[in-house]
Ligand binder design. Structure first.
Ligand SMILES: Nc1ncnc2c1ncn2[C@@H]1O[C@H](COP(=O)(O)OP(=O)(O)OP(=O)(O)O)[C@@H](O)[C@H]1O
Ligand SMILES: [Mg+2]
Length: 472
């Protein structure tokens, strides 16, 4: 191996991706997205326009907001001209309990109306594609009539990474180390499928030889190669999609090579629960009630069907509801509801494509709560008039269950390593979600505040993987 050989590690993240290079002495992250606040971190976002243009990273979000959200849309007027029982009957799961005979003809007349349906969405935005890798049922999706395999979509996000790597090396690089979470899924088959798909995506992006290495072990290596003392290290990496834990024992030693050779992995553990799950809890608990999730509608005073909310918990599913049948049904429900403003807001969310904006504001509010005790969640567009105060203590309360799952994962790592909390010398936290105060408090309580140390939340995994590419 020549003195100038470079080694590359790729961290394809649920929310952010990064790539690092190691030259045998030093490892550093490569700039990927000049438009991002942190240029070494590429938001794992993909926008595909109707004209088949593909935009990746921060620019993908910007393009989606500029082109798809809150704009002059080309619309189609549809005559609702049907009575309320027809609307209620159109709602799949509740039709059997609706009795049209109970509807007063006067009232029926009142809901005859016209609706405006959007027919020309300019593009689609994809987020958290890594979380889809584990879902065997999600094979491909049609974007304006063109089917895209999931692997292809992922490869578009990897392509700026390939470019950065080739640019750094000065030639086409074929061999890299990719990170992977300890568990893409709790199910073994899905785990295997996810890794195979990520390998295929990497090959489509131009990486011919891909070796996988566990993300939290990468983060462990990143720290440990620079430390001389013998120690027992725990890494807790909680990102957007997965919580990953690794416990390693380092013997110290004189150089990185010797330190790694004499280290031992005591255990790893992982679970597919992280920052996206926290966002979903805020949406379920704080946003949905403002969108009518607790409303009752119709002459029989039925509860709003929860399948709608379960579906739109991921905003990427919202577009599926932007069809005539659904909009008509919502208009009718709104006319006969005890919370018309909520249902109007829901309809506006669906018709005007505000899902991503709401999700972004929720995520931003969650991040602010890592710094301040309380914050406003504000989205005020058209019929959506959300201005909700979220207090940190309440946030900690609504994420208790999710936090419990992360805690279980950490305890599993301890148990499998056969150690007690006091045996651990240092707990390194990385990944954006480790910045959540309730998570820090949980770790401090178990290991002691003095043992916690944060690593660079967004590039430590890639940096460790680059080192791994050289030595392992
Ligand atoms: N200051 C903060 N407070 C709370 N959460 C944060 C903060 N900053 C980022 N996050 C959250 O961290 C997550 C992203 O972290 P990170 O970039 O480490 O994930 P990732 O590596 O892309 O995902 P994964 O490793 O799970 O595939 C998002 O859910 C984001 O909302
Ligand atoms: Mg990560």
């Amino acid at each position: 191996m020549g003195v100038n050989t470079l080694y590359f590690g790729v961290d394809f993240g649920t929310t952010n991706s990064s790539v690092a290079v190691y030259d045998g002495h030093r490892a550093w992250a490569l700039p990927l997205d000049p438009e991002n606040d942190l240029p070494t971190s590429l938001p794992s976002l993909l926008y595909i326009s109707r004209e088949n243009e593909k935009i990746v990273g921060r620019a993908a979000a910007d393009a989606f907001i500029a082109r798809n959200v809150d704009r002059e849309v080309k619309t189609k007027q549809v005559d609702l001209g049907v009575s309320v029982e027809a609307y209620v009957g159109a709602e799949p799961e509740k039709s059997e309990v609706f009795n049209p005979a109970l509807v007063d003809p006067e009232v029926r007349h009142a809901v005859r109306a016209r609706a405006t349906i959007e027919v020309n969405a300019p593009g689609r935005l994809f987020q958290s594609l890594k979380s889809l890798l584990r879902q065997p049922a999600f094979k491909s999706t049609e974007v304006f009539g063109t089917p895209y395999q999931l692997e292809e979509l992922v490869s578009y996000i990897l392509s700026p990474i390939k470019k950065a790597v080739d640019g750094c090396a000065g030639h086409a690089v074929e061999t890299v180390v990719f990170g992977r979470p300890v568990r893409f899924s709790d199910c073994d088959d899905e785990n295997r499928i996810a890794e195979d798909r990520l390998r295929t995506a990497a090959k489509l992006a131009g990486f011919k030889n891909v070796a996988f290495f566990l993300e939290p072990v990468g983060a462990c290596v990143e720290y440990a190669v620079s430390v001389e003392e013998k120690q027992c290290l725990m890494v807790v990496d909680i990102g957007g999609g997965t919580c990953d834990v690794c416990i390693m024992e380092f013997q110290g030693g004189s150089g990185p090579e010797q330190r790694l050779a004499e280290s031992r992995i005591l255990s790893v553990a992982g679970t597919p629960v992280a920052g996206d799950a926290l966002d979903r809890e805020i949406i379920r608990n704080r946003i949905f009630p403002l969108l009518g999730s607790k409303a009752r509608y119709g002459p029989s005073n039925l509860p709003m069907p929860q399948y709608i909310y379960n579906q739109i918990l991921d905003w990427q599913n919202i577009y599926k509801f932007n069809n005539e049948e659904m909009i008509n049904w919502l208009l009718a429900a709104e006319a006969f509801s005890n919370c018309p403003e909520g249902l109007r807001a829901l309809r506006c969310l669906i018709q005007k494509n505000y899902g991503y904006l709401v999700a972004r504001e929720v995520e931003a509010a969650k991040k602010r709560l890592s710094e301040v005790e309380s914050t406003h969640i504000t989205v005020q567009r058209d019929d959506i008039q959300i201005d909700d105060i979220l207090v940190r203590e309440e946030f900690s309360h609504i994420i208790e269950y999710t936090l419990g799952e992360m805690r279980e994962c950490i305890l599993e790592a301890e148990q499998n390593a056969g150690i007690r909390p006091s045996d651990i010398n240092l707990v390194l936290t990385t990944g954006g979600t480790c910045l959540v105060p309730a998570i820090r408090a949980m770790l401090e309580e178990r290991y002691g505040a003095g043992k916690l140390r944060s690593r660079d939340s967004f590039t430590s995994v890639a940096t460790g993987l680059a080192v791994v590419a050289r030595y392992v």
